[in-house]
Design a protein around this ligand. Structure first.
Ligand SMILES: Nc1ncnc2c1ncn2[C@@H]1O[C@H](COP(=O)(O)OP(=O)(O)O)[C@@H](O)[C@H]1O
Ligand SMILES: CC(=O)OP(=O)(O)O
Ligand SMILES: [Mg+2]
Length: 372
């Protein structure tokens, strides 16, 4: 298998990786690249996979965050599916427009191969009605206003990884804290989602880089009234781009930099990290109560995998619940699944690198059938 990624899209410094199964670099020495837009980034990928000696493209898979109220399984993209996705943009304005643009571009570049959409929501279909239903009048609920949950491909990849681990017994009651650009906390029993922090949109739940997570709905009404006139778009921008950690810290969206500033005594940065870990801790505690205990806490995503301080602060003080960390193991790194809990911890604390791309590849292979 070949593997590659473009990172830093839209930022000042884009990076590009492309390698074969043996880890041999095939990026052509272009590790630093210009990737100002998603289309520019996908152009780099197309250039790389079209290289001489590489197998032809048989199918293309996409991660789509919100499929809207109609689509409830991963599927081949048709004109009708594209129309449904365009209708779903209101539910995920931060995510869906970019992927729709990329899908259209790729369908034009590869018109004769099938294209498949894999949704972040599908994994959460096992949530019971009491988890998905909002306490609002039925006419709204009948229109698909419910809790969907996201980061499903991430959770599913973690379940696969853990099932394949021989040294770790599969946890019956587990909480996955996916802490990356977006952050969510999901409760799973026997590998199935029973509840999660994100709801109708990926703006809710715990505190995130640029999103506030759950807010008092009265606060949103207050802001709308205060702004007067039709300020919905401005409020949408504030809640998706200018809230969360960037609002609290006054710094760009980068937990690593916020941690460094906090370590140097920056009070806003310290308060921001304290608010962040407190929100995740509250979600974790709620799910432990819901499941009547917990067998494993899993950390994933850029922050969950790399920020030892966040992991430490989130589980701090939970010894009475049977959860304790080994600080030396917690400081370690690496790409493997690793336990960072203390030897006498009743609950395993695990770091599991998420592999959303790999999960999409598995779904696409299943949907596309055997390739000759
Ligand atoms: N070593 C680190 N220490 C603290 N935070 C980190 C570290 N490495 C990455 N992060 C944070 O992870 C977040 C990005 O997570 P990631 O899962 O890569 O995002 P995306 O959802 O865009 O893939 C950023 O806030 C980044 O600062
Ligand atoms: C659903 C979501 O928030 O995704 P991301 O973490 O990629 O922003
Ligand atoms: Mg992510």
């Amino acid at each position: 298998m070949f593997e590659g990624e473009v990172t830093g899209i839209g930022g000042t410094k884009g990076a590009f990786k492309f390698r074969d199964a043996g880890g041999r670099d095939l990026s052509g020495g272009r590790s630093e690249v210009e990737a100002k837009t998603p289309l520019q980034a996908i152009g780099l990928v197309v250039g790389a996979v079209s290289g001489e000696g590489l197998p032809r493209v048989d199918a293309v898979g996409y991660r789509v965050v919100h499929p809207g109220a109609k689509l409830d399984r991963h599927q081949r993209i048709t004109d009708e599916v594209l129309k449904d996705l365009e209708e779903a943009v209101v539910f995920a304005p931060l995510h869906d427009p970019a992927v729709i643009e990329v899908i259209k571009d790729m369908m034009a570049k590869f018109p004769s191969v099938p294209h498949y959409a894999c949704f972040d929501t599908v994994f959460h279909q096992t949530m019971p009605e009491e988890a998905t239903t909002y306490p609002i009048p039925i006419e709204y609920r009948e229109r698909g206003v419910r809790r969907y949950g996201f980061h499903g491909l991430s959770c599913e990849s973690i379940v696969h990884r853990l099932r394949a681990e021989e040294t770790i017994s599969f946890p019956k009651r587990m909480v996955i804290a996916h802490l990356g650009s977006g952050c969510s906390v999901t409760a799973l029993v026997d590998g199935c989602s029973i509840d999660t922090t994100m709801g109708l949109t990926p703006t809710g739940g715990v505190v995130m880089g640029t999103r506030p997570g759950d807010l008092d709905p009265g606060l949103v009404l207050y802001l709308l009234r205060e702004k007067k006139g039709n300020q919905v778009d401005a409020l949408e921008k504030m809640l998706n781009h200018d809230a969360g950690m960037v609002a609290l810290s006054g710094m760009p969206n980068d937990m690593k930099a916020v941690r460094e500033a906090a370590a140097k005594g920056d009070k806003r940065a310290s308060l921001a990290t304290a608010i962040f870990t407190r929100s995740v801790k509250k979600a974790l505690g709620g799910f432990i109560a819901l499941m009547g205990g917990i067998d494993a806490v899993v950390f994933a995503g850029g922050i969950g995998e790399h920020d030892a301080r966040s992991r430490e602060e989130i589980v701090a003080g939970m010894e009475g619940l049977g959860i304790s960390m080994n600080s030396e193991l917690n400081e370690g790194g690496g790409d493997a699944v690793r336990a960072v809990s203390a030897s006498d911890s009743l609950t395993a604390v695990l770091v599991v690198p998420t592999k959303e791309d790999w999960m999409i590849a598995i779904h696409v292979r299943q949907m596309a059938g055997p390739v000759n």
